[in-house]
Design a protein around this ligand. Structure first.
Ligand code: AMP
Length: 217
């Protein structure tokens, strides 16, 4: 299975991709995670990438495309993967078409008011990347990851002003890709969230069941 998981920032792409990774044994390439790691380095490119991320803007296509090509090369031939956070622009989607054939789009449809509430209360394990929420998906011990005991932190772009910018960028640059995928007749597996306290498990089960119907899981 070669899948793209797509949705607004905070729709749950990382959460569902990592759960599907555990459940189905697929690889996940998360461009946001790659850029957060890169941004920690002391180099010109790292400082540039950090600047875009902190403003809620997209990293330029030429940088993203190069990073993605490298990561895809590292995936063993025939191994299933999910792309989380890629493509985000039409040029990125076209580049992907040129190098591989995607089987399915996993669309997370979440209203803006849930996104804003979720992102401003989101916490992430600094060690293993597991996503929590201080209101709806709490760790057993405050500030500590259930899985690995690592410390939880809040992303610097999870503040109200940057969240609004990221949502605008999604609407303007990424959402139009849905029409592009439809025109290419790619199958969609859609999950719609309507409440703030929706636990992830039933959604992961539903996505898995739909993928099985398509004989992709
Ligand atoms: P995410 O963790 O997916 O929300 O991504 C965090 C940030 O990384 C985004 O707001 C962008 O600045 C950058 N980023 C991640 N993926 C991409 C991409 N495919 N194209 C451009 N920028 C990206």
């Amino acid at each position: 299975m070669k899948a793209i998981i797509i949705g607004a920032p905070g729709a749950g792409k990382g959460t569902y991709a990592s759960r599907l990774q555990q459940k189905l044994g697929v690889e996940v390439i998360a461009t946001g995670d790659i850029f957060r790691e890169l941004a920690k380095q002391d180099s010109d490119i790292a400082r540039k990438v950090k600047g875009f991320m902190e403003k809620g803007l997209l990293v330029p296509d030429e940088v993203v495309i190069e990073v993605l090509k490298q990561r895809l090369r590292n995936i063993p031939k025939g191994k299933s993967f999910i792309l989380d956070g890629y493509p985000r622009t039409l040029d990125q989607a076209k580049m992907l078409d040129a190098i591989t054939k995607i089987d399915v789009i996993l669309l997370l449809d979440v209203p803006d008011w849930i996104i804003i509430e979720r992102l401003s209360t989101r916490r992430i394990c600094r060690n293993c990347g597991t996503v929590y929420n201080v209101r709806f998906l709490k760790p057993h011990i405050e500030g500590i990851c259930d899985k690995c005991g690592g410390p939880l932190y809040q992303r610097s772009d999870d503040n109200e002003e940057v969240i609004k910018k990221r949502l605008q960028v999604y609407q303007e640059q990424t959402k139009p890709l849905l029409e592009y995928f439809k025109q290419k007749k790619l199958p969609f597996v859609t999950s719609s969230t309507t409440s703030l306290d929706q636990p992830p498990e039933p959604i992961v089960d539903k996505l898995t069941a739909e993928l099985k119907k398509l004989e992709l899981a």
